[in-house]
Design a protein around this ligand. Structure first.
Ligand code: ATR
Length: 276
C-alpha cells in the first residue's frame, strides 16, 4: 500500500531554532493527522534545486524562512496578491501542477490583533517603526484592514520612502526625528525592528506622546514583553506581544497541506512560551 502520510517542511539556513515544527507537530497530534512536518537546513546555493525536487520527494508543501523568502518569491510558478505586495514568500503548496507561494505574515499580524483587540482596525492611523521585510507584511495587513494613514518611520529614511512608493498613498515615510509628532494622534503603534530584542538597544519612542486609546504591538516575541511594550503598558495603554503573529501565520499553510484549519489555543501558546 502507498504511504498516505502527508509531508510538509520548513526550510531555512540555519534552521535549528525554528519554532514551526513544534507548532505544526502540536496540531498534527491535536487533530490525529497522519502527517509529518520537518525542519530542513538548505543553503542558499542549494535552494533552487531543493524546490525543483519537492514534488518527487513527496512533499505537499512547506514553509520557507530566512534567508530564502525572496528567492522563493522569484522561483514559484504562481503567487497570490499578498506575496506580490510583500515581495516575499513563506508558504508553498502545489496546485494545478504548479508550485504556488503566498506570504502568511500579514494574516498572522492581523489575526493576532483580532484576538486581543477586536475592532483594532478602526484605529484609522498607524505608526510603523522599521522598513524591512517584516514591515512590508505589516503594511499589507494594515492596508487590507482598511487603515488609510500608515506612517512608516525608519532610521534609513530612503527605505521608508521606497515602501511609500510601493504601497501607494495610504503610506507616508518619516525619519525617527519626527516620531513624537506622528504619535500624537496614532491609534496603533507597531514595532517591526529588531530593537528591543534581547541584547538590543531600546526603542527611541516616548510613550507619553501616544493618545490614551492607542494600541501598541511588537512583532518581536523574545522577550515576550519588549521594552516598548513594558513602557507603554506602564503608561496604561493596551499592548499585544508578537507571539500570536508567529502562531497565526502558521494556520493557512497547515490548512493547505493537511486539510484542517487549525486553532491557535492557549495550550499551544503555552507550549511555545515554555520554549522561549
Ligand atoms: P526584517 O525582515 O526583520 O524586517 P530587515 O529587512 O533587516 O529585517 O529590517 C530591519 C529593520 O530594523 C530596518 O527598518 C532597520 O532600519 P534601517 O533600514 O535603517 O537599517 C531597523 N533597525 C535595525 N537595527 C536598527 C537600529 N540599531 N536602529 C534603528 N533601526 C534599526
Amino acid at each position: 500500500m502507498a504511504d498516505r502520510t502527508v509531508k510538509a517542511f520548513v526550510c531555512g539556513h540555519p534552521i535549528a531554532h525554528s519554532r514551526s515544527p513544534k507548532i505544526h507537530g502540536y496540531w498534527l497530534r491535536q487533530y490525529g493527522i497522519a502527517g509529518s512536518y520537518d525542519a530542513i537546513d538548505v543553503s542558499p546555493q542549494k535552494f533552487e534545486s531543493f524546490l525543483g525536487e519537492l514534488k518527487e520527494s513527496g512533499f505537499a508543501g512547506g514553509n520557507v524562512t530566512i534567508p530564502h523568502k525572496e528567492a522563493a518569491f522569484r522561483l514559484v510558478g504562481r503567487r497570490d496578491n499578498a506575496a506580490e505586495e510583500i515581495g516575499a514568500v513563506n508558504t508553498l503548496w502545489f496546485e494545478d501542477g504548479l508550485l504556488c507561494g503566498t506570504n502568511t505574515d500579514a494574516h498572522g499580524f492581523a489575526a493576532n490583533l483580532d484576538d486581543y483587540a477586536p475592532g483594532w482596525a478602526k484605529a484609522g492611523t498607524a505608526v510603523v517603526l522599521g522598513a524591512g521585510g517584516a514591515s512590508r507584511a505589516v503594511i499589507h495587513a494594515l492596508k487590507q484592514s482598511g487603515i488609510r494613514d500608515i506612517r512608516v518611520v525608519n532610521r534609513t529614511v530612503e527605505r521608508a520612502v521606497e515602501l511609500a512608493d510601493h504601497f501607494g498613498k495610504a503610506v507616508s515615510a518619516h525619519p525617527f526625528a519626527a516620531v513624537d509628532e506622528l504619535l500624537a494622534d496614532a491609534g496603533l503603534l507597531v514595532n517591526t525592528t529588531a530593537l528591543g530584542m534581547h541584547g538590543n538597544a531600546e526603542i527611541p519612542v516616548d510613550p507619553s506622546r501616544l493618545p490614551d486609546h492607542a494600541i501598541v504591538t511588537d512583532i518581536v516575541y523574545v522577550p515576550l514583553e519588549t521594552p516598548l511594550l513594558a513602557a507603554t503598558r506602564a503608561r496604561g495603554l493596551k499592548t499585544i506581544d508578537g507571539l500570536g503573529m508567529l502562531l497565526h501565520q502558521a494556520v493557512p499553510g497547515f490548512e493547505r497541506w493537511f486539510g484542517v484549519r487549525p486553532t491557535v489555543t492557549p495550550e499551544l501558546r503555552g507550549l511555545i512560551v515554555s520554549d522561549l
